[in-house]
Design a protein around this ligand. Structure first.
Ligand code: PLP
Length: 418
């Protein structure tokens, strides 16, 4: 009987195009790359010891495994029911309180737990924000280049994505105003400006305070909300970045997304939106996933409250500063003639530009030398841009591997210029 049903169903369904039934987003978006999905990206290489500079993932050895085990075990032991029951739209109160208190100290602001919604990383935050505010054909302005994963998510919301270039000294405010005027004249509604102001992915750029202030004013004047993606904000090497968009505006017109992914571990899948009450009410209305894992909230609460997170982040800053400098020195020594180098002052990435060699050609030659990284064009909507750029993530490889980067890169350049 079951076989009869299955054969009838398969005859019917094989004639139907599932593609035709799919949403506009599924029809129009390409499959994306593994980096967009948070997976390790690598070009095939037969090198016995490849160095992968592709992914925005913390150093494996730094993950505070024992502290996390302790937190998970205590979470279940102390709260056997609550930690394993749906956590609701907001997440565990004590975890939100701990985050609010910590942000108040870091950003000099005045939040309480009701200004925090816990999510499945900042990706979950972004989906919630888009669900709550985007109507089809709304425009979202993004930096160019920008992180391809979040830009894809915005495209998936059916918003039209428009790019504003980041220059070496950041966004040009005049250019930003002109772009807004042009879009508005086309009778389109700009809903968001999505920005990664600190140690931007992929450029490492930090938006200066004057630009932040101007952008806040321009956006308010034009009823444009700012999505402030703070994925890398805590990871400065020496000086903290300028005050956040959220703190400068006291949250008016700003939704800030933060995450434990880059400061602790990507697999925790924990991040939060911080926003004023009036935004929070709208955001929770369109949250349908019943919250993310309360067990993770319980496990992290003590990690935040006993200051382990602070000392952990401090160690990350020192480690990534050192790793970045090892890689930059190695590249300077070996490849100074081939590339323009502007080292970042924090974050995960070094953004480079070759004088002569196209990145498409370079990444193939580099893969043969066992060096794996993405081309710059991955981070632009218009793939004809960034063709001489590429991005190197320095957090995950070992220091020994990072010392080797310049040597291998030089061989790759020599092959290309041969
Ligand atoms: C700028 C930026 N935003 C968001 C994300 C996604 O992070 P999460 O793991 O918090 O979802 C990434 C990941 O690489 C990122 O670089």
């Amino acid at each position: 009987m079951a076989l009869d049903i299955q054969s009838t169903l398969s005859q019917i369904w094989k004639k139907i195009s599932v593609e035709e039934l799919s949403s506009i987003a599924a029809k129009t978006l390409d499959p994306g790359n593994p980096t967009d999905a948070g997976k390790m990206w690598r070009l095939p290489t037969s090198h016995p010891d490849p160095i992968v500079l592709a992914s925005g993932i913390p150093d494996d050895d730094t993950i505070p495994t024992n502290k996390l085990i302790e937190g998970l075990v205590n979470g279940i032991k102390k709260f056997p029911v609550e930690s394993l029951t749906y956590g609701g739209w907001f997440g565990y109160d004590e975890c939100r309180k701990a985050i609010a208190n910590r942000q108040n100290r870091i950003e000099n602001i005045d939040l309480n737990e009701n200004n925090i919604i816990l999510h499945n990383g900042s990706s979950g935050c972004l989906e919630n924000i888009l669900n709550a505010f985007i109507e089809p054909n709304d425009v979202v302005i993004v930096e160019s280049p920008s992180y391809s994963g979040t830009v894809r998510c915005i495209q998936g919301s059916l918003a039209e994505v428009v790019e504003i270039p980041i220059h070496s000294n950041g966004i040009n405010v005049k250019e930003f105003e002109t772009l807004i005027e042009k879009i508005t004249n086309e009778q389109k509604r700009i809903k968001f400006f999505y920005t990664i102001p600190d140690y931007q992915n992929p450029t490492g750029n930090v938006a200066p305070i004057e630009i932040r202030e101007s952008i806040l004013k321009i956006c308010a004047k034009n009823k444009i909300l700012i999505i402030e993606d703070a994925a890398y904000s805590e990871l400065y090497f020496d000086q903290p970045p300028p005050p956040t968009y959220f703190s400068l505006s006291n949250g008016f017109g700003v939704l800030r997304m933060c995450s434990f992914s880059k400061v602790v571990a990507t697999g925790l899948r924990l991040g939060w939106i911080q926003a004023r009450d009036e935004y929070i009410q709208i955001l929770t209305k369109v949250r349908f996933d019943m919250g993310n894992s309360p067990l993770i909230h319980y496990a992290l609460t003590n990690f935040i409250n006993d200051n382990s997170l602070d000392s952990h982040v401090e160690n990350m800053r020192n480690l990534y500063k050192e790793k970045c400098s090892i890689m930059v020195n190695s590249i300077r020594e070996n490849c100074g003639d081939y590339i323009e180098i502007t080292p970042p002052s924090g974050g995960y990435f070094l953004w480079l530009k070759s004088y002569q060699v196209k990145s498409e050609q370079l990444i193939k030659a580099a893969a043969e030398e066992g060096l794996v990284f993405p081309t710059g064009s991955v981070f632009f909507l218009d793939k004809s841009q960034g063709t001489y750029n590429y991005r190197l993530a320095f957090t995950q490889p070992s220091k020994k591997q990072l010392q080797e980067v310049g040597v291998r890169l030089k061989k790759a350049y020599e092959k290309c210029l041969d």
